[in-house]
Design a protein around this ligand. Structure first.
Ligand code: ASP
Length: 345
């Protein structure tokens, strides 16, 4: 089920001025601790109706893929149907805002990624505050990114890509999923590392961006292995590198950015589940337990491995670990984005 027009109407126009080093933002890592802050009383028979999982990006993209992977095993554990709904726009902030304003009853759940921690520094008048407007349920996975181009794009290697885009900066197009999306952040890192400013083409998710890349309408982009693995293996796109310190098992021939000569371009994309602040503690606990069960499901483990990723360890699929990660990432990105002089208007 898609609700695009409603959400598109709320999308904001954002201009980003200036790109400086964002590399420090990639140094952040997860942690544990913090309180599992929830409010409200016990809710007895939860769940008693369908649960909606909101994906703040287009259907068919990486966030959508991960959400659909865990929805069925979570539904089985919870004993309720889970309906996945795409609420794309403005780098994930439209869908996040929608969930922030939803009833805190556990029936509207948000899947979001690293963008939850970057949006406050990028967007003016966001309309929600990550730590105050949401209750964290648990972390889900951390996904490597890949640098991919249309099949007939001339550069043969990551080093060639840097040389080529510098020589052709006015005509090369770089796709992303909107300001604050993982592809946008990775694209900023690339431009910073390469010392170039390119023409960016925003989509409402990298699902449609990848379709255009395969079709040759845009030149290149960064995107998660959960979206690009199939096209890379099938030779439908040209892949230059994976943005993690280690190679990805499912794409063994793909060098790391460090091996390919661009060590500054290192980023992976953490995901977590959220409910509106004020959701009762026992509901959050049930969702977190269901998340843990889904992440332990061998089918999910195998599906994720095929797409170059893995579930987080069970102790990170908790409100406490998720909150600690979000706090650390908010601080990291606030500083990096401020230092970088990136502004939203
Ligand atoms: N996660 C986005 C999507 O699902 C892509 C991105 O953040 O770059 O389309």
């Amino acid at each position: 089920m898609r609700t695009t027009s409603r959400y598109r109407a709320a999308a904001r126009t954002i201009a980003v001025i200036g790109v400086v080093s964002l590399a420090a933002a990639c140094a952040g890592s997860g942690g544990t601790g913090g309180e599992g802050a929830t409010t409200g009383g016990a809710t007895g028979g939860y769940p008693e109706q369908n649960i909606t999982f909101v994906v703040p990006f287009s259907a068919g993209g990486p966030t959508d893929t991960v959400t659909r992977m865990i929805a069925d095993p979570m539904a089985a554990k919870l004993g309720a149907k889970i309906v996945v709904q795409n609420a794309e726009g403005a780098g994930g902030t439209v869908g996040a805002g929608e969930v922030a304003r939803a009833e805190p009853d556990g029936y509207t759940v948000l899947m979001h990624h690293i963008g939850m921690s970057t949006a406050p520094a990028l967007y003016k008048d966001l309309g929600y505050k990550p730590l105050e407007s949401f209750q964290m349920v648990g972390l889900v996975t951390e996904v490597p990114m890949t640098v991919v181009a249309r099949k007939d794009f001339p550069p043969a290697s990551l080093k060639d890509l840097v040389t080529y885009v510098k020589a052709n900066a006015s005509k090369v197009t770089l796709a992303n999923a909107g300001i604050g999306a993982a592809s946008h952040l990775c694209g900023l890192l690339f431009q910073t590392a390469a010392g170039v400013k390119l023409q960016e083409v925003p989509y409402e998710g990298t699902g449609p961006a990848l379709t255009d890349l395969v079709g040759g309408q845009v030149d290149f982009m960064c995107d998660q292995t959960t979206n690009t693995s199939g096209q890379i293996s099938a030779g439908e796109v040209k892949a230059y590198a994976v943005t993690t310190p280690e190679r990805v098992k499912s794409l063994p021939d793909l060098p790391t950015t460090a091996e390919a000569g661009l060590p500054q371009l290192e980023v992976s994309v953490w995901h977590g589940l959220y409910v509106p602040a004020g959701t009762p503690q026992d509901v959050v606990q049930k969702l977190s337990d269901a998340l843990k069960a889904a992440l332990a499901d061998q089918k999910v483990v195998d599906q994720m491995a095929k797409l170059g990723t893995a579930p987080v360890p069970a102790e990170d699929a908790t409100p406490q670990a998720h909150k600690a990660k979000l706090e650390e990432q908010l601080a990291t990105w606030a500083k990096v984005i401020a230092d970088a002089g990136v502004k939203a208007s």
